[in-house]
Design a protein around this ligand. Structure first.
Ligand code: KIV
Length: 267
């Protein structure tokens, strides 16, 4: 069974980490059998399972329900669960209560969105024995403030802010960081300056690992397919082989390519 410490060690050794989102026991079991490094019960479940237009309506009860299903399907895989919108922003104490629900449901780590504003909460959870994964760049729970699902940190100031947020969350004890939809050169530079792994989605090949939304890698995206998605099922005989192909492509550095990445601040 992978834990946060062994995943951090793999990343330090230069091994790329392969992660996927998952929402149920059957897919979780397949992912575990294929050798995935970590599973994320993402709040994207609101969009890909429930058909919502954002992740905002997802509740803590729903996250706990799906986390327990995934945990039953993959008993030996490191499991990260998203703290949903409104379940942690109020106070560190609120975040602790919500994180406890997800850990009781079977998660080994919780993920939360935001930089400096979340520093105190990250430190509070970590001090109480709860592994935390940060999430910087495009923050889907802030979609209305960001004006849509857009590439982030495209100018010098925003890139500098992201650097500082990544350092701060690390100092507060975050064990891992998801970097979403930022220019690949920035993600690479941030990764090179951090002692903890970065997991990219639309952040280029310079991250310590990659995560994709399961339904994107199976080619059943609802609506517009994001630039960073790739349909691994199209090139595979079945789901089992598609999962294996994704893991190998990440580990061998074949995914993502430049075509899946935002290469310059100007794009
Ligand atoms: O909820 C989710 O699926 C995520 C990924 C986009 C990283 O946070």
């Amino acid at each position: 069974m992978n834990d946060l410490i062994s995943l951090q060690q793999c990343a330090r050794n230069g091994e790329k980490l392969a992660m996927l989102t998952c929402y149920d026991a059957s897919f979780a079991a397949r992912m575990e059998a294929a050798g995935i490094d970590a599973i994320l019960v993402g709040d994207t479940l609101g969009m890909v399972v429930q058909g919502q237009t954002s992740t905002l309506p997802v509740s803590l009860d729903e996250m706990a329900y799906h986390t327990s299903a995934v945990a039953r399907g993959a008993r030996h895989t490191f499991l990260i669960a998203d703290l949903p919108f409104g379940s942690y922003q109020g106070s560190p104490a609120q975040a602790l209560q919500s994180a406890a629900r997800l850990l009781a449901a079977g998660a080994h780590c919780v993920k939360l969105e935001g930089g400096a504003v979340m520093a105190e909460t990250v430190a509070f959870l970590v001090a109480r024995g709860i592994p935390v994964c940060g999430h910087l760049g495009l923050l889907p729970q802030s979609v209305h403030a960001l004006g849509g699902y857009k590439v982030q940190a495209k100018n010098q100031d925003a890139a500098q802010q992201l650097h500082e947020d990544a350092q701060l969350l690390t100092q507060c004890g975050a064990g891992m960081l998801v970097l979403e939809a930022i220019p690949a050169p920035l993600a690479k530079e941030v990764t090179e300056h951090l002692p903890i792994p970065t997991i990219g989605i639309g952040a280029g090949a310079g991250c310590s690992g990659q995560v994709l939304v399961l339904y994107d890698m199976l080619g059943i995206t609802l609506g517009k397919v994001p630039r960073f998605a790739h349909n691994f099922l199209r090139e595979s005989a079945d789901i089992e082989h598609a999962l294996g192909a994704y893991i190998q492509a990440v580990k061998q550095g074949h995914f993502p390519t430049e075509a899946h990445s935002f290469m310059s601040a100007g794009i």
